[in-house]
Design a protein around this ligand. Structure first.
Ligand SMILES: Cc1ncc(COP(=O)(O)O)c(C=O)c1O
Length: 400
């Protein structure tokens, strides 16, 4: 077996299941689970309908590149959303079966482990979406973490990594809007990231699957392709951006997203994916075109999340420091005791499941950025989110 497999940490939801296995939740409360970032708003009917209509199109193999129509709908959406002058649907866009598989696969095609060198590094934020770390390890690289701390406004400091290590970096994952902190990278952040990528010659994988969940209609989060254009990287040099329909259109079961950016990287990634066997089914492609072409349902979604955040924050701000994130649907909340203990107590006393922050982070630089945090996914009905917030508030009061 691949010996790197044994280096993979148990997935956060596995750890959560284990931590709660011997705990009996309080029967007086109806169970609420806000641990998973899975939208609970029903998918738009027109997407379901398109999927149903196309579901019998199974007589031919789909291609890895997907249909021209799909790539065109993605590139048109990217142009509209990020104000781009050009993004070539032939050479700069590929469909992916959800960003998860693609974020994993990109490391396998980018990282080059040379026998004579020290092992390469893959940089990622900390806390982070766990796929980055697993992808780095299975590509033969070492993960390098950049802490996201509330005292720094969840901004990472590239200078925390030595020049020597940067020179061995081959890939950097960034997540904007960030899961779980909700921070959006600024143009100044991007300027620095591009500068480093050029200086040390590495690829940037920008995970932007929360890009459409934000709170002010006229303030959409800055995207990586948009930042590249603004900073004069006309060909999106060294950058690949990953976007998804899962959160945008409430269709996590559809498995549909894209990768877009630097043509040289897309070309090699395409070569990898041909062998990997990751073509998207024709029905999914048609349903995806319908989804990318419509914004009304996305605007309605934002109304829902806006309402959830404003009500929940009103309840929690009286007992803990709590502010609305810039984007995304997570609250990354301070806890008055270690996050695992707090999460277990919340489940035991109030039948509410959230994710302990420490399951999403690693101790790095003598700090574990998830120790005193929980992640709450405000994906449910407003009523359920409000109920959950009241239970969290009560537990914090109980502990005082
Ligand atoms: C930060 C982040 N990236 C990527 C994904 C994967 O999303 P999908 O594979 O559904 O596109 C998720 C899912 O929760 C996520 O939180």
């Amino acid at each position: 077996m691949n010996s790197n497999l044994s280096k993979l940490q148990p997935y956060p939801f596995q750890r959560l299941k284990q931590a709660l296995a011997s705990v009996t939740p309080h029967k007086a409360f109806k169970p609420i689970n806000l641990s998973i970032g899975e939208p609970k708003i029903p998918p738009p009917k027109f997407i379901e309908k398109q999927l149903a209509v196309s579901s019998l199109e199974i007589k031919a193999y789909p291609t890895t590149q997907g249909t021209t129509a799909l790539r065109q709908s993605i590139s048109s959406w990217l142009k509209r959303r990020y104000n781009l002058n050009h993004i070539d649907p032939e050479n700069q866009v590929l469909p992916v079966n959800g960003t998860r598989e693609a974020l994993f696969a990109i490391a396998q095609s980018v990282v080059n482990v040379r026998q004579t060198d020290s092992n390469p590094f893959v940089v990622m934020p900390n806390p982070f979406y766990q796929i980055y770390e697993g992808a780095a390890i299975l590509s033969g690289a070492h993960p390098l973490y950049l802490n996201l701390l509330s005292k720094n406004d969840y901004q990472f400091d590239l200078e925390k990594i030595s020049e020597k290590k940067w020179s061995l970096v081959q890939l950097m994952y960034v997540c904007t809007p960030n899961n779980p902190t909700g921070r959006v990278l600024t143009l100044a952040d991007w300027e620095k990231i591009f500068e480093y990528a050029e200086k040390y010659d590495f690829v940037i994988a920008a995970d932007e699957c929360y890009s459409e969940i934000y709170f002010e209609e006229n303030k959409a989060p800055l995207g990586s392709l948009e930042a590249a254009k603004m900073l004069g990287y006309a060909d999106y040099n060294r950058l690949v951006s990953f976007g998804s329909l899962s959160k945008r259109s409430n269709v996590p079961g559809l498995r549909s997203g894209y990768v877009a950016g630097d043509q040289r990287i897309i070309k090699e990634f395409f070569r990898y994916r041909t062998y990997h066997g990751s073509a998207m089914s024709p029905a999914t492609q048609k349903a995806s075109i319908a989804a990318w072409n419509d914004e009304d349902h996305v605007i309605k979604n934002r109304d829902h999340y806006r309402r959830n955040f404003s009500k929940v924050i009103k309840i929690l701000e009286s007992v803990t420091s709590c502010k609305q994130p810039e984007a995304g649907f997570y609250l990354w909340l301070d806890t008055p005791m270690p996050s695992i203990d707090f999460s277990i107590k919340l489940y035991k006393d109030y039948n509410l499941t959230v994710l302990p922050g420490s399951f999403l982070a690693r101790a790095n630089d003598h700090i574990d950025p998830g120790t005193d945090k929980i992640r709450i996914a405000l994906v449910s009905s407003t009523e359920e989110c409000v109920d959950a917030a009241k239970r969290i508030k009560q537990l914090i009061v109980d502990l005082e």
